[in-house]
Design a protein around this ligand. Structure first.
Ligand code: PLP
Length: 297
């Protein structure tokens, strides 16, 4: 039995007072005990940000892209900027402290802290990845398309809706997952009110047509995925084309293959859309996942 690692950061942001002046930069705490105040705005309002980072072969994958996105999310929420050196140090320490397992993940969390206190709260948590994720890579996932209730102009027109930030407010994303389960599916692809594919509740969409991979542009109110970016780099390396394009549900049905891609689960091939079976590309999926698992940075 491996024990999870919980590290609480003493000073998650350079702009804010440390929780323990002069203390170590982080402390290892018992993850089975209560550690966060019931008054923390992350708990009471979902007011904060997070990242989920895969760990494989003893390395945190896409570490710098995750840290960069953590900083972007903080900026979008007007949170004190995370001290990325402190976070990097804590992430590397967690990997060193955790039992050596083939696949694990680290979740980093930064909240606005206790109301009125002015100090953000920061912690990270590491445990082995769910075996269900590796099953999804070979067996595929059944998806339903669900309307997201906004147009692809949302990020430009309504920045206060925080689309494209990785906030703690994932209640809606979880509700979409329950809706998928109620419809006999495993996952969701959100569609905008103007009829375009957006993303999954915790993943990006990639389609393959011929030897070309396409994904929706990242400025239409979706998260810029670290996994999607690495898959595009891989595809370019093996001579495939890649593009960011507006895509529709018809494109999804017509594509030669489709995946939902994300850290930790990696590339999950889509086996059906709204109850209609679609083809999967087992060979390329295996190559993608082999590449993603082998990443060392
Ligand atoms: C809404 C959303 N989109 C996309 C992604 C994929 O991002 P990444 O590949 O960096 O994990 C995630 C991952 O958590 C997500 O929550």
């Amino acid at each position: 039995m491996t024990s999870p690692v919980l590290l609480m950061l003493n000073r998650p942001s350079r702009d804010a007072e440390p929780h323990e002046p002069g203390g170590p930069s982080f402390a290892r705490l018992d993850p089975s005990a209560a550690q966060v105040s019931v008054l923390d705005l992350g708990v009471t309002r979902g007011d904060g940000i997070f990242e989920s980072i895969s760990v494989a072969g003893g390395r945190a994958q896409a570490l710098e892209p995750h840290l960069a996105r953590f900083a972007v999310s903080a900026r979008m929420l007007q949170l004190p900027a995370p001290d990325l050196d402190a976070w990097r140090e804590a992430i590397l320490a967690a990997v060193a402290l955790h039992d050596d397992v083939p696949e694990a993940f680290i979740k980093t969390v930064l909240t606005r802290g206790i109301e009125g206190d002015g100090r953000p709260t920061g912690w990270l948590y590491m445990e082995p990845s769910s075996p269900a994720f590796s099953r999804a890579r070979t067996e595929g996932i059944r998806v339903v398309t669900l309307n997201r209730g906004y147009a692809t102009t949302v990020a430009r027109d309504f920045p206060w809706l925080l689309q494209g930030a990785k906030t703690l407010s994932y209640g809606l994303n979880r509700a979409a997952g329950r809706e998928a389960a109620a419809r006999g599916a495993d996952d969701v692809i959100f569609v905008s009110t103007d009829g375009y594919l957006l993303e999954g509740p915790t993943s990006n969409v990639i389609l393959r047509t011929g030897d070309r991979l396409v994904t929706p542009p990242t400025d239409i109110g979706i998260l810029a995925g670290t996994t999607q970016a690495h898959i595009f780099a891989y595809a370019q390396g093996v001579g495939m084309g890649t593009a960011y394009e507006m895509l529709t549900p018809d494109d999804l049905r017509a594509a030669d293959a489709a995946w939902l891609v994300s850290s930790v689960r990696h590339a999950a091939p889509v086996s059906s859309v709204d109850g209609e079976d679609r083809t999967m590309d087992a060979g390329f999926t295996a190559a993608l996942n082999e590449f993603l698992l082998a990443r060392r940075d």
